[in-house]
Design a protein around this ligand. Structure first.
Ligand code: SF4
Ligand code: SF4
Ligand code: SF4
Length: 327
């Protein structure tokens, strides 16, 4: 657990710096188990900041969305830094974005928090439906201690932990300016959900499995909007000349969309689970992402976002790169 007082104290110091524009963190949401991103432009606002196992959102998505308005004549650009709170996977996303030159390292103040895993909102809501008042949660001795309307529930961690956290390769932030709290002991990453079982299926069975899921896709693009690595100025799915993917919602176009997105994230996805969590029709997107992550590791011995000085996977060439998949 992060010392809440220390978090607020340290973030206040950062927001007070002249060269910092604002700091992005977490605050209580408006109901139940909801958590909202918080943007602190002043030290007073930082009193709202919290960090607990419900703080799942990958905040690395926000600095990249910073709007750069056209400057008026004689006006100077605001070049102050943006502060952002990151867990392990979020820090990997920042690393990846910096490697790809989507963001400059010197424009960020990175506040790292070692992570012991986060709660899956869908799991906790199905266990405690209709909770409307804000709920305090802390992790203690392998349990989540949840206080609802004055009653305390101790729920074993594995019942609520987000599935993607069991295969986490870096719970401690891999890049930061300041670390709040002590590093945690990393755990042995597990195979994600039913990937092993899925890999034992025939091609036809795999195709049928994904068709069943893709036909439910409503093309809301929530997965794209929540993903810190989906930051192209113009997404291929929105292009009209040429039109790569039709906008019609049907199995063929939905499949093209989901496969295109998954492959665009190959060697870039950091496994933060945001895409799957926001999908309104529960498509198991992390199974696709994790399979590609495993393939990239096996073929190129590469894990996305681990080292800010490394080149992106598809921006480099090694003479011994496998090439048997090239036709
Ligand atoms: S994937 Fe790792 S760093 Fe990210 S929330 Fe889960 S345990 Fe924390
Ligand atoms: S969030 Fe789900 S339903 Fe929406 S576009 Fe992505 S995969 Fe399709
Ligand atoms: S594809 Fe999903 S898991 Fe991967 S970085 Fe984007 S949001 Fe995170």
């Amino acid at each position: 657990m992060v010392d809440q007082k220390l978090l607020v104290e340290e973030v206040k110091k950062i927001v007070s710096q002249e060269d910092v524009k604002y700091v992005i963190g977490y605050k209580k949401g408006t109901y139940g188990f909801a958590i909202s991103p918080a943007f602190a432009y002043s030290p007073e606002y930082v009193d709202k900041f919290i960090f607990n196992p419900l703080c799942k959102k990958n905040l690395a998505v926000y600095p990249i969305l910073e709007e750069k308005l056209p400057l008026k004549k004689g006006e100077k650009a605001d070049t102050r830094k943006i502060g952002v709170i990151v867990k392990g996977c979020d820090s990997r996303a920042l690393n990846q974005i910096i490697q790809e030159k989507g963001q400059k390292r010197e424009n960020l103040v990175i506040i790292g928090i070692p992570c012991t895993g986060v709660i899956d909102q869908k799991k906790i809501i199905s266990k405690f439906p209709n909770v409307t008042d804000y709920t305090d949660i802390e992790e203690k001795n392998g349990n989540y201690k949840i206080s609802i309307n004055g009653e305390v529930h101790n729920i074993p961690k594995e019942e609520l932990l987000a599935d993607f956290c069991t295969s986490c390769v870096a719970p401690n932030p891999v890049i930061y300016d300041i670390l709040i709290g002590d590093e945690v002991e990393p755990w042995e990453p597990q195979e994600h959900n039913n990937l092993k079982e899925l890999n034992e299926k025939t091609i036809e069975e795999k195709w049928a499995y994904w068709e069943e899921h893709f036909q439910r896709c409503i093309r809301c693009y929530a997965c794209r909007e929540a993903c810190p690595l989906c930051y192209c100025k113009e997404c291929m799915a929105d292009m009209l000349t040429p039109q790569w993917i039709r906008r019609s919602v049907n199995l063929s176009e939905n499949t093209a969309w989901n496969i295109m997105r998954a492959y665009h994230l190959a060697g870039r996805c950091v496994g933060c689970g945001e895409c799957e969590s926001v999908c309104p029709v529960n498509i198991p997107l992390m199974e696709l992402n994790k399979q590609i992550e495993n393939d990239v590791k096996e073929m190129f011995n590469y894990t996305a976002g681990m080292d800010v000085d490394e080149k992106p996977l598809f921006g480099m060439f090694r003479p011994d790169d496998p090439e048997e998949f090239i036709l």
